[in-house]
Design a binder for this molecule. Structure first.
Ligand code: AHR
Length: 763
C-alpha cells in the first residue's frame, strides 16, 4: 500500500485557537425542565396552561389519589408571579394527589436520598414516595399551620422503582404550592441544581464556551416582559424560584425558569466554559414584532444590566444582586450575542443601538451579530453587512445540512476574511445521529480549526433531547429518566474539545490522490420536474421548457396542484441544462409552492421554494437522502391571487431563479468530493503536546508517516480512534448511534489511519 507523509511544522507559531470549540444549550426537547434541571415534579406550581401547550391544564402531571376534591385556585398564592395553588379537600383517609414526574413515572433509586419541599397550609399532610401500585417506599408526616409556610424533608425509597411518584395526602384539607423533589445526589451538590449524569456529560466535553439560553427560545415571543409568551427576558429568571414566572417555552411546553441565568453562569463556571449569553434584539422575526425605535432603552438597559450582573463590582446594583444570590466574584463575561438567528430589516435597524451602548459601557465585550438561519443568500449577506458596518466582533452563522453538502463545502471558510467580524458557527449538524454524520462533522471541524484565523467559535446543535419529548433531531446527547446516551456525534465533539490545543500548527499531507466525486453534477441534475403546493392550491400556466443543449422548446398545458400534498409531474426526465418559464398563482393557502427538478425520488432532488416557512422564503434547496438543505435563501412572500412570471434556469453547476423578469437568486452546486485525509494540527502549551486530528472518510485505510519539523519527536505517542464500524444504534434510543473510542499508546513510525475513522494523536 502506498504511504503518505504528514508533516507538521511544530516550530511555526500559529493562530491562537482560543475559544474555538464549545457547546450550545437551549431548552428544547425538554433539555432543562425534565432534563438537565434536576427538579422531578412536573407542574410544581400548578401553573401549566394551554398557552404553553393546547393539552395542558393546571393539573397536568398530577393524579387524584383516594376520595378528594382538587381545586386549583388563585388569589393568595405564595407568589404573585405564580398565582395558582392547589386546594385539596380530603373526603377519606389517604386522599390527595400524586405527581408522576415528567414521563408518567419517576425513577427512584433504593438508598438514594431525595429532597422534598413545598409551601403548604392546612392541617396534617402526608408526603410519600410510592411505586406504581401505590406502595409507600418512604414517607413523612408534616404538621401544617393555617398560614403558608415552607416545609421540607428528606425521603429515601426502600427499593428502586421505574414508575414511581410523589404522593401528597391531606388529613382534612391542605393548600399546596411549589411542590418540589430533587435528588440529593446532584451535580456539585448545588441546591436547585442539575442532574448529575447530564451535567457530567457536559463537563467531560471540556467545552471552551457555552452559548445559552437559545435558539428560537430567545427571539420568539411577545415584547412585554410580563407576557407568559414573552421573548426570553433574563431578569425573570433569577432570584427565588417561587418568584420566577412560569413561562411558555416556544417549543410548546412549560418552562419554570428554575434553570435561569444565575444557574447558567454557575454551570459555565463549573465546567470551565466561557458564558456566551444571547439576548433578544427587541425583535421577533417569527411574528414580526419589534419594539419601536424610541422605546429601545428598556431593552438596551436590560442588556447592559446583564453585563453588570455578570461582571459588575458588588457595589453596583446588579453586581450586588449577584452577590446576594451567593456569588460575589464576577462571572467574567467576555461575549454577548444580540439576536439569535435574525432576518429582516427589523433586526438590522435595532442592532446598531445595542452595539453602540455595549461598546460604550463595556468596550471589552465581544459582540456577536447574526446572519440568520441559512448558509447563504441575501439575508445572510445583509446580516454580515450589518455586523461589519456596526463593528460587531463576531457573526453567528447557522446551518443544518446533509453530509454531502458538508463534503462539498469543506473549504467554505478558506476564503473568509481574517479581519473582524469573525465567524461563530453557532449551530450546525449533518442532520442525523449516525457514524457517517459524525465522521463528516469531524472532517468539517478539522477545517474549522485550520481556519482559526477567521473562525473563532463553533458549536454543534442541539445539545440535549429527552427521548419522550422530541422537538428536534438529531441531538448530541439523548436521555430519559434513567439513562444518558452519548451519541457518536457527542464522541466526535468530545475528541475535538478534549484535544483542541492552544495554537494552530501548519500541516501538509503529500502522497495521496483525490478520489472521484461522490455524485457527478449530471447525476445530481438528472430526474423529473414536478410542481408541489406547500399546503396551498396553485395554478401554473404558460409553461415552457427549453433544453439549453438542443435549444428545443416544449410547451405544456396549464396545471394545478391541490392542498393535498400530491406533486404533479411535468416530465419524468428533464434536461440537464434548461430554462423553465411559467406563471404561478396561489389560489388557496399561504405557503406557496415548490418546484422540484433533477428529481430521482422524494428524497433526492433539487428544488425552488417560494413561500415556505411562515411564507417568508425564496430558496434554492437540495434534498439528499431525505434531508433538505437550503443552498441559498432570500426573503419572499407569496401574495394570494397575484400572478408571478417565473423562470428557473439550470446551466452547468449554476441555478438561477428569476421573478418577474429579475434575477431573484442563484447558487452554484459545489462538487461533492472526499479528500484523502482531513488533517489539522495544534500545540497544547501546558503539556507541550503536538496534537494531530485526522479524519479518514475513505473506504480504505491511509498509511502515513507523521513527521515533526522543528522539534524532536518522542518515541511514544498516544492515540485515540473512533471507527465508524464500531457505531451501533442504542436499543433504548432508536435512531441514535453510539461509538467506542479506543485509547492506546503507540511507538513512533508509520501510522495507519483506518478506513472511515477519526484519529487523534498526541505526539
Ligand atoms: O437548534 C434548534 C433551533 O434551530 C434553534 O432554536 C434555532 O436557532 C434554529 O433554528
Amino acid at each position: 500500500m502506498k504511504k503518505a507523509e504528514i508533516r507538521i511544522k511544530a516550530d511555526v507559531p500559529g493562530e491562537p485557537l482560543g475559544d474555538l470549540f464549545g457547546i450550545f444549550f437551549e431548552d428544547l426537547n425538554h433539555a432543562a425542565d425534565g432534563g438537565l434541571y434536576a427538579e422531578m415534579v412536573q407542574n410544581r406550581s400548578f401553573e401549566f396552561d394551554p398557552i404553553d401547550h393546547p393539552s395542558y391544564h393546571s393539573l397536568t402531571g398530577w393524579k387524584q389519589v383516594g376520595d378528594a376534591s382538587l381545586d386549583v385556585r388563585t388569589g393568595d398564592s405564595v407568589s404573585i408571579k405564580n398565582p395558582h395553588y392547589l386546594h385539596i379537600e380530603a373526603h377519606a383517609e389517604k386522599s390527595g394527589v400524586r405527581n408522576m414526574g415528567f414521563e408518567d413515572g419517576m425513577f427512584l433509586e433504593e438508598g438514594k436520598k431525595y429532597d422534598f419541599s413545598c409551601y403548604a397550609r392546612g392541617k396534617a399532610l402526608r408526603v410519600a414516595l410510592t411505586d406504581e401500585n401505590g406502595e409507600i417506599l418512604d414517607g413523612a408526616d408534616v404538621q401544617l399551620t393555617a398560614e403558608w409556610n415552607f416545609y421540607s424533608c428528606v425521603l429515601s425509597p426502600k427499593k428502586t422503582v421505574h414508575v414511581g411518584s410523589l404522593e401528597l395526602t391531606a388529613e382534612t384539607y391542605a393548600d399546596l404550592d411549589l411542590v418540589s423533589l430533587f435528588p440529593e445526589d446532584i451535580y456539585r451538590g448545588r441546591k436547585n441544581g442539575l442532574r448529575k449524569d447530564l451535567a457530567e456529560a457536559l463537563e467531560d466535553l471540556h467545552p471552551r464556551f457555552m452559548r445559552f439560553p437559545g435558539g428560537c427560545l430567545v427571539h420568539d415571543g411577545k415584547l412585554e416582559a410580563d407576557a407568559r409568551d414573552s421573548l426570553y427576558r433574563w431578569k425573570n429568571t433569577i432570584g427565588d424560584v417561587k418568584d420566577r414566572p412560569a413561562r411558555r417555552n416556544n417549543w410548546r411546553y412549560n418552562q419554570t425558569l428554575g434553570l435561569g441565568y444565575y444557574e447558567y453562569f454557575l454551570l459555565c463556571e463549573d465546567i470551565q466554559a466561557k458564558p456566551v449569553p444571547i439576548l433578544p434584539a427587541a425583535y421577533d422575526p417569527h411574528h414580526q414584532r419589534m419594539a419601536p425605535l424610541d422605546q429601545l432603552d428598556e431593552w438596551i438597559q436590560e442588556t447592559l444590566d446583564l453585563i453588570e450582573f455578570a461582571n459588575g463590582d458588588t457595589s453596583t446594583k446588579w453586581g450586588g444582586i449577584r452577590a446576594s444570590l451567593g456569588h460575589p466574584a464576577p462571572f467574567h463575561l467576555e461575549y454577548l450575542g444580540v439576536g439569535n438567528e435574525e432576518v429582516g430589516e427589523g433586526f438590522r435597524e435595532r442592532f446598531p443601538y445595542f452595539v453602540r451602548a455595549i461598546k460604550e459601557k463595556a468596550p471589552y465585550i465581544k459582540i456577536i451579530g447574526s446572519s440568520g438561519p441559512f448558509c447563504g443568500g441575501r439575508e445572510y449577506e445583509l446580516g454580515w453587512e450589518c455586523a461589519r458596518e456596526n463593528g460587531a466582533d463576531i457573526v453567528d452563522e447557522h446551518f443544518y445540512m446533509p453530509p454531502k453538502w458538508f463534503l462539498a463545502n469543506m473549504h467554505r471558510y478558506d476564503s473568509f476574511s481574517e479581519k473582524a467580524p469573525h465567524v461563530f458557527l453557532g449551530e450546525y449538524a449533518t442532520m442525523a445521529n449516525g457514524g457517517e454524520n459524525a465522521l463528516t462533522e469531524a472532517a468539517f471541524m478539522t477545517q474549522l480549526q485550520n481556519n482559526a484565523a477567521s473562525v473563532k467559535m463553533a458549536c454543534y446543535a442541539p445539545l440535549f433531547c429527552n427521548k419522550n419529548y422530541v422537538n428536534w433531531k438529531p441531538d448530541m446527547i439523548w436521555f430519559d429518566n434513567e439513562r444518558v446516551c452519548r451519541s457518536v456525534n457527542y464522541e466526535v465533539q468530545k475528541l475535538f474539545m478534549n484535544h483542541q490545543g492552544d495554537e494552530l500548527l501548519p500541516v501538509t499531507m503529500t502522497g495521496e490522490k483525490k478520489k472521484p466525486l461522490l455524485r457527478t453534477l449530471e447525476e445530481r441534475k438528472s430526474g423529473g420536474i414536478w410542481f408541489w403546493g406547500d399546503e396551498s392550491r396553485m395554478a401554473f400556466s404558460k409553461i415552457t421548457l427549453q433544453n439549453l443543449d438542443t435549444m428545443q422548446s416544449t410547451e405544456f398545458p396549464d396545471l394545478e396542484v391541490q392542498t393535498d400534498g400530491k406533486a404533479v409531474c411535468l416530465t419524468e426526465n428533464g434536461p440537464q441544462n434548461f430554462t423553465l418559464t411559467f406563471c404561478a398563482k396561489e389560489l388557496e393557502g399561504y405557503k406557496g409552492f415548490r418546484l422540484f427538478f433533477g428529481a430521482k425520488d422524494e428524497k433526492n432532488r433539487l428544488g425552488w421554494v417560494l413561500g415556505g416557512w411562515e411564507n417568508q422564503d425564496g430558496a434554492l434547496v437540495e434534498d439528499i437522502d431525505g434531508k433538505c438543505g437550503f443552498l441559498t435563501q432570500n426573503r419572499f412572500q407569496v401574495e394570494k391571487n397575484r400572478e408571478y412570471h417565473l423562470t428557473l434556469k439550470v446551466i452547468g453547476n449554476r441555478i438561477e431563479g428569476w421573478i418577474d423578469g429579475e434575477l431573484f437568486q442563484s447558487t452554484e452546486l459545489a462538487p461533492e468530493e472526499v479528500e484523502p485525509l482531513y488533517v489539522t494540527a495544534s500545540l497544547e502549551k501546558e503539556s507541550g503536546d503536538v496534537i494531530l486530528k485526522a479524519v479518514n472518510l475513505q473506504e480504505e485505510p491511509v498509511l502515513a508517516d507523521v513527521l515533526l519539523d522543528g522539534r524532536d519527536q518522542s518515541n511514544e505517542m498516544e492515540i485515540w480512534t473512533l471507527l465508524e464500524s464500531s457505531c451501533k444504534e442504542d436499543p433504548d434510543f432508536p435512531g441514535v448511534e453510539t461509538a467506542e473510542v479506543t485509547h492506546e499508546k503507540t511507538e513512533k513510525g508509520t501510522l495507519t489511519f483506518p478506513a472511515r475513522s477519526v484519529t487523534v494523536l498526541r505526539l
